[in-house]
Ligand binder design. Structure first.
Ligand code: NAP
Length: 248
């Protein structure tokens, strides 16, 4: 039995954007619960290698795959490599994301498209690529990392609101269609969490008004992800973890 009473031994997990921040904590928590883990990153390969090394030192298998998850070919190659070197993923955590702060008048089409590609289309691509093996096995867990910005205004911009709200729609649509196949699909929606992404947001007014009085930690988000993965009757939901921030 690993973390939080969840036993994932024999399972293979793919965590996107696991080189740092929330994804890193999720990758480690999954390994602590017994899973072998594929650690995806985009550019910070050395940081991803450190995450994989920590997982291996705990006795689990881990591989690093640098791939831009907004690109279909890169995602297909990534999932093929996980299958070859570990096994086809039983657990997919779509965590990779970007939050480029833009006020309404500064937001251009390229910013909008990029936010949708990296924060939303990536999840579609990763789900489509991992689904056949989950279906064949009759068991799967998909967790999409959304944000409080899916429902509130937040501090990043409308491109981020739209992408994260879209991700929650994607979650419900897949969940409804996959429930009978033994595959649950849920979203976890963090409020402000202490990572690199939160750095430029610290000075904003919203960050000074977190009811709990501090930023959340990546480990606190990972704990919720593990809870979601452990529960076979929870599907199509968004679980919020936000220190009491409702609508920023
Ligand atoms: P972070 O510290 O900025 O880390 C982002 C991760 O995503 C990194 O591992 C990065 O890889 C990876 N990534 C970015 N673009 C990618 C791409 N195109 N392909 C593959 N990987 C990519 O962010 P974080 O705070 O941990 O956020 C993780 C998730 O939580 C995101 O979806 C974010 O929207 C969500 N979230 C965060 C907060 C918060 O306050 N921090 C709040 C709500 C939701 P490299 O290291 O290689 O660049």
């Amino acid at each position: 039995m690993g973390h939080f009473g969840v036993d994932l031994s024999g399972r293979v997990a793919l965590v996107t954007g696991a080189s740092r921040g929330i994804g890193r904590a999720i990758a480690q928590a999954l390994a602590d619960a017994g899973a072998d883990v594929a650690v995806n990153c985009h550019q910070h390969v050395e940081r991803a290698q450190a995450v994989a090394a920590a997982i291996r030192s705990g006795g689990r298998r881990a591989i690093v795959i640098a791939a831009d998850v907004s690109q279909r070919q890169a995602v297909l190659a990534m999932v093929e490599r996980v299958a070859r070197e570990l096994a086809p993923p039983d657990i997919l955590v779509n965590n990779a994301g970007i939050a480029t702060v833009r006020e309404i008048d500064a937001l251009d089409e390229a910013d909008f498209d990029h936010s949708i590609s990296v924060n939303l289309k990536s999840a579609f691509l990763c789900i489509q690529a991992t689904l056949p093996a989950m279906r064949a096995r009759g068991w799967g867990r998909i967790v999409n990392i959304s944000s409080a910005a899916a429902r509130g205004a937040g501090v990043v911009g409308v491109h981020y609101n739209a992408a994260k709200a879209g991700l929650e729609g994607l979650t419900r649509g897949y969940a409804a269609r996959l429930a009978s196949a033994g595959i649950t699909v849920n979203a976890v929606a963090p409020g402000p969490i202490d990572t690199d992404m939160a750095e430029p947001l610290r000075r904003t007014e919203a960050f000074r008004h977190i009811p709990v009085g501090r930023l959340g930690t990546p480990d606190e988000v990972a704990q919720v992800v593990l809870m979601v993965i452990a529960n076979a009757f929870l599907t199509g939901q968004t679980v919020a973890i936000n220190g009491g921030v409702l609508l920023a």
